[in-house]
Design a protein around this ligand. Structure first.
Ligand code: GDP
Length: 454
């Protein structure tokens, strides 16, 4: 799902990771990469333009978030904007106060409407509803049979006109050739048999045409649906936008269902549909089996596209855990050329602890094999020891570690219940960290220790 787009975007971010501070040129280069990746993935040109414009503007004026390095900040912005073009909030089906609720499916032939009807029926049945499927696709010779098959699999009854018969499932007065009458009779049947939801499968054509649209509009007018779901094959490329616009005008659908998201195709056109039509994506269909179906959540889809595992959750936690004022003070201090001291080190250790278990946190990071190994050896008690050692130092020692001579080391070791060797080790490590912080302050920006290569 969106594999190519995902790869391209992650590569772009990887290239940013080595940068301390992003210049306007860096941001422009990144935005150009994102633009190319989206266009190559068939995202509509107008959507790409708006998207990259916003990302660029936000990246340039990016508020200093001490918890995030520049690459993380760009990922965060791209993620938020992806969520926005995918429709922002997720929403479920709008159901009627007085059942039966009517859900009508519309879309081109082969989009996956009939398959979706079965999936939706099963999903609703599992939620305790009593849906009825209505076969109003009388165009395709097999459509009625196909709906009966999926209905049976889903354990949901199907209302259909009997072939070569004037009636529909015994109902009189319904012509087998009139989809509007079948749809209307289907809703009536649901009402009399106390089904609380009716799902109407309608006919599609290979392309958008006036007759098809008129038929869909007639079915709509005859059944007053609570939801009109436009079903669209995520693999149809740039045609998606024109098709979606035609259906938006023709039947004024209320929501979108993306199908075939399991395909390896570029799929980006599907990303344009919510933005171009202003209608939310409600569900995604991800295979031929009835269970290959899920509610669509813009935020989850965006993080899947960014292939960031739970990095975004991690970023949120980091932002929460890191005291913005403290971090800003530290950033200012570094920028002014002052040295990173043991007191600062202590503050950072405490902030790290705020983020919860380091192991759990780093477990969320994808593709961090090496880091993870280091983590498996990470001992949280080590943090306690470090803290105890620093706390046994005088303020002057914390400010100027150089003054910590042999007798001071022995006193600190005794005070914190560790060996002098452990004090020495900490001081060595601190000198390393100090060096790293100096480099970072030259490169600009603060980063969380240990997250440098995110
Ligand atoms: P309709 O003409 O809109 O009713 O489309 P169908 O429901 O008949 O689906 C057309 C074809 O697409 C069928 O072969 C389905 O099995 C297949 N299909 C439907 N949904 C999906 C999906 O999410 N993933 C995949 N891989 N195939 C699907």
């Amino acid at each position: 799902m969106f594999a190519t787009l995902s790869d391209r975007l992650t590569t772009t971010f990887k290239n940013l990771r080595t940068k301390g501070r992003l210049s306007e040129a860096d941001i422009d280069a990144t935005v150009r990469e994102i633009r190319r990746a989206l266009l190559d993935a068939d995202v509509a040109v107008s959507v790409v333009r708006e998207f990259t414009g916003t990302v660029r503007e936000r990246a340039l004026s990016s508020e200093v978030s001490g918890a995030l390095n520049p690459a993380q900040q760009v990922v965060k912005i791209v993620n938020e904007e992806l969520v926005a073009i995918l429709g922002g909030e997720s929403r479920g089906l709008n159901l009627a106060k007085n059942p039966p609720s009517v859900i009508m499916l519309a879309g081109l032939q082969g989009a996956g409407k009939t398959t979706l009807a079965g999936k939706l029926a099963l999903h609703l049945r599992e939620q305790g509803h009593t849906p009825l499927l209505v076969a109003a696709d009388l165009q395709r010779p097999n459509a009625v049979t196909q709906l009966k098959v999926v209905g049976e699999r889903a354990g949901v009854p199907v209302y259909a006109p009997s072939p070569g018969n004037q009636g529909a499932e015994g109902e009189s007065g319904v012509s087998a050739g009139d989809p509007v009458a079948v749809a209307r009779a289907g809703v009536e049947t649901a009402r009399s048999r106390q089904h609380d939801i009716v799902i109407i499968d309608t006919a599609g054509r290979l392309g958008v045409d006036a007759e098809l649209m008129q038929q869909a509009a007639d079915i709509r007018d005859a059944t007053s649906p609570d939801e009109i779901l436009f079903v669209i094959d995520a693999m149809i490329g740039q045609d998606a936008v024109a098709t979606a616009q035609a259906f938006a005008e023709g039947v004024n659908f209320t929501g979108v269902v993306l199908t075939k998201l399991d395909g390896d195709a570029r799929g980006g056109a599907a990303l344009s549909v919510a933005r171009v039509t202003g209608r939310p994506i409600l569900f995604a269909s991800t295979g031929e089996k009835l269970t290959d179906f899920e509610a669509f959540h813009p935020d989850r889809m965006a993080s899947r596209i960014l292939d960031m595992g739970d990095v975004l959750t991690l970023i949120e936690q980091a932002e929460k855990a890191f005291d913005a004022d403290q971090t800003q003070a530290m950033a200012d201090k570094m920028a002014s050329g002052k040295d990173f001291t043991l007191a600062d080190f202590l503050v950072q250790m405490q902030q790290m602890r705020n983020m919860g278990s380091m192991k759990k946190m780093l477990g969320m990071l994808p593709g961090m094999g090496q880091m993870r190994e280091a983590l498996d050896n990470f001992d949280e008690r080590e943090v306690d020891r470090v803290e105890a050692i620093i706390r046994s130092m005088t303020p002057a020692e914390r400010e100027t570690p150089k003054i910590i001579n042999g007798s001071r080391r022995a006193r600190i070791a005794k005070g914190s219940g560790v060996t002098t060797t452990e004090v020495n080790q900490l001081l060595d490590r601190f000198v390393g960290a100090q060096k790293m912080m100096r480099q970072m302050s030259r490169g600009g920006g603060m980063a969380m220790p240990g997250m440098g290569n995110l």
